[in-house]
Design a protein around this ligand. Structure first.
Ligand SMILES: NC(=O)c1ccc[n+]([C@@H]2O[C@H](COP(=O)([O-])OP(=O)(O)OC[C@H]3O[C@@H](n4cnc5c(N)ncnc54)[C@H](OP(=O)(O)O)[C@@H]3O)[C@@H](O)[C@H]2O)c1
Length: 220
């Protein structure tokens, strides 16, 4: 089934990479930005790589308004203001958050210690949205570099709405070629989001793009 997906912050590397993968799988994608021209330029770049014209660009608000599913791919800085500013358009929608609240200092990356995760913050600010956390651990460059499925990676999916989580688990196949793993309730985003700091640290140490793979889970 073809989905209608908007990517808020789709001009950044993570949004661009996921938009590319979603469009490759046949979904209609709108890149969102604070600047419509910047969004259209990014959409054009993705369309060139796709050899198609299935990606369009718009302001974040227009992109969200026109879509059934929204991916938030923005930095943690300014996250609450951005979500609040889009709360009218996000109401009632399936909202995927891949936002990782991270800090960096002389010792490298670290997960910020917060009372709630980014995904939970979105859920609190837009109570009618069906928020799902996913795609926190897939590296932007890997998403963009080749069209091949990232078959060694798993996408961990958390959320409190079973139907919404099911849709996102299916959508994960556009990245890895297999269904995402149900990782539990939305509150577990507090554990999933900062794990990315560990991956970034390993990337620096081993000069690679690490991901997450789970053993012992058979998808029925
Ligand atoms: N990069 C990765 O490999 C990776 C992997 C997994 C998860 N993530 C997570 O995905 C999210 C996006 O990552 P990214 O590297 O693509 O981020 P980014 O390049 O820093 O930002 C993405 C886009 O967000 C918009 N933006 C920036 N500051 C904003 C603000 N204060 N308010 C509203 N919009 C703002 C910008 O778009 P406009 O200026 O066009 O509006 C920007 O192009 C982050 O939370 C990150 O932790 C990233």
């Amino acid at each position: 089934m073809s989905l209608n997906i908007s990517v808020v912050g789709g001009t950044g590397p993570q949004g661009r990479g996921l938009a590319y993968r979603f469009a490759l799988s046949g979904h209609a994608v709108t890149i969102g930005s604070r600047d419509a021209t910047r969004a259209q330029e990014k959409a054009d770049e993705i369309n060139v790589k796709l050899g198609a014209s299935s990606v369009s660009g718009a302001t974040n608000a227009d992109a969200v308004q026109a879509s059934d599913i929204v991916l938030l791919a923005v930095p943690w800085d300014g996250h609450a203001d951005l979500v609040l500013g889009l709360s009218e358009q996000l109401a009632g929608k399936l909202v995927i958050s891949c936002v990782n609240p991270l800090g960096f200092d002389q010792d490298g990356p670290f997960g910020l210690v917060l009372e709630e995760s980014a995904a939970q913050e979105t859920q609190r600010l837009v109570p009618t949205a069906r928020v799902v956390g996913a795609f926190h651990h897939v590296a932007a460059l890997s998403l963009w570099k080749t069209p091949d499925p990232l078959s060694h990676d798993d996408v961990l999916v958390c959320g409190d709405d079973a139907d919404a989580k099911d849709v996102v688990q299916d959508l994960a196949a556009s990245v890895t070629g297999k269904r995402g793993i149900d990782a539990g309730a939305l509150r577990l985003a507090r554990q999933l989001e900062p794990l990315t700091a560990v991956l970034i640290s390993m990337n620096k140490r081993y000069k690679t793009r690490s991901g997450v793979a789970v053993t012992g889970v058979e998808q029925g």
